[in-house]
Write a protein that binds this ligand. Structure first.
Ligand SMILES: NC(=O)c1ccc[n+]([C@@H]2O[C@H](COP(=O)([O-])OP(=O)(O)OC[C@H]3O[C@@H](n4cnc5c(N)ncnc54)[C@H](O)[C@@H]3O)[C@@H](O)[C@H]2O)c1
Length: 319
């Protein structure tokens, strides 16, 4: 991504001008890793969240995980989203890219309708604000749940890829499918000059993250090893937050145009038992063609992200 010549605003002192990226949900689990990674990779990161990161100081000046600034925004309110993306007086003017991670992620955390409405309204507002402002570089969090999680119905075949059927089984997962559908249509609109006079063709990348893990959570994996059914629900997948953040950075920098979905999962499963044995035990009869000869090879294919984004996961739960 090239630097811009965004002018300094009142109150700013001279500083190196870096590409300015908004991360929504930058106070959350994946958001904190993403803010830190983009920031250390040379981006000026603005975190749009309705809460501060856990590490933030009372005055909000430190502990922002590397974010240049936190802007308290409720993404379900279009006025706030549009205004924050355009400019904040004395803080900044305009942004170049948006990484939209904010959502209510866990089923059971609220009423299903609140979760669905929050996630869908937030994604609509972010995409529509981007269209109005001519921002065409967008990366969004989708979810592995689209594969049919909790997989009580056996997958048709394994490994699961981006071409596998989309089978949302919860309000949360439905909200992610709606988000991807919106992305498809906003890309189409971006190709029409009457709708997008200022922008040009958009890139929207939907990242279907597997279960995001922090390094300190790897200690819990030992408790799953005695029973293949404890983690069958997502095909024993996971992704380290740091690898998720790197996939996001590569997506921001990608020259792809249009809407693209990627499964973002680690190279291996959360289990010591071989993937072949897990499939035989829990999904007997399901056609299975391993991606490679690693006995613990992932059942959520990450080949597309490797090929098109040049991504390689680096952090592994196994010592
Ligand atoms: N954690 C996982 O295992 C996982 C797996 C697949 C996909 N995802 C997706 O990745 C993204 C990040 O997940 P996470 O685990 O970091 O979640 P998280 O709950 O830790 O963080 C989400 C953040 O979004 C913010 N937020 C929610 N609604 C908001 C609103 N209306 N306005 C402003 N901010 C709002 C929250 O305050 C929070 O800081 C989500 O979109 C989630 O659906 C997560």
């Amino acid at each position: 991504m090239t630097s811009t010549n965004t002018p300094l605003t009142l109150g700013e002192t001279a500083r190196p001008v870096k590409p300015r990226v908004v991360v929504t949900g930058g106070s959350g689990k994946l958001g904190r890793a993403t803010v830190a990674h983009l920031s250390s990779s040379g981006y000026e990161v603005i975190n749009f969240d309705r809460v501060r990161p856990k590490t933030a100081s009372e005055d909000g000046k430190t502990g922002l995980q590397g974010a240049y600034r936190l802007v308290e925004v409720d993404l379900t309110d279009m006025g706030q989203v549009l205004e924050a993306m355009m400019e904040i007086d004395m803080a900044y003017k305009s942004i170049q890219a948006v990484v939209h991670l904010a959502a209510m992620p866990s089923p059971g955390q609220s009423s299903s309708s609140k979760q669905f409405n929050t996630n869908v309204a937030s994604t609509y507002n972010v995409l529509e604000a981007c269209r109005k402002l001519g921002i065409t570089n967008i990366v969004m969090a989708s979810s592995e749940t689209l594969i049919g999680i909790p997989l009580d119905i056996k997958p048709a075949k394994l490994p699961i890829t981006e071409e596998s059927p989309l089978l949302p089984e919860s309000a949360y997962s439905l909200s992610k499918l709606v988000g991807e559908t919106l992305a498809e249509q906003y890309v189409r609109w971006s190709q029409q000059t009457h709708r997008t006079p200022t922008g040009g063709e958009a890139k929207i990348i939907s990242m279907r993250f597997s279960n995001v893990m922090l390094e300190e959570e790897y200690a819990t994996f030992a408790g799953w090893q005695d029973d293949a059914r404890k983690r069958y629900w997502n095909c024993w997948g996971y992704i380290d937050a740091r690898d998720g953040a790197e996939a996001i950075k590569l997506a921001v920098e990608s020259r792809l145009k249009g809407h693209h979905a990627f499964l973002i999962a680690n190279n291996n499963t959360v289990m010591k038992k071989s993937s072949k044995d897990l499939v035989q035990e829990v999904f007997p009869g399901v056609e299975y063609s391993p991606l490679n000869d690693n006995p613990n090879v992932t059942l959520l294919s990450n080949e597309k992200a490797k090929k098109l984004l040049g991504w390689t996961p680096k952090y592994d739960w196994k010592p």
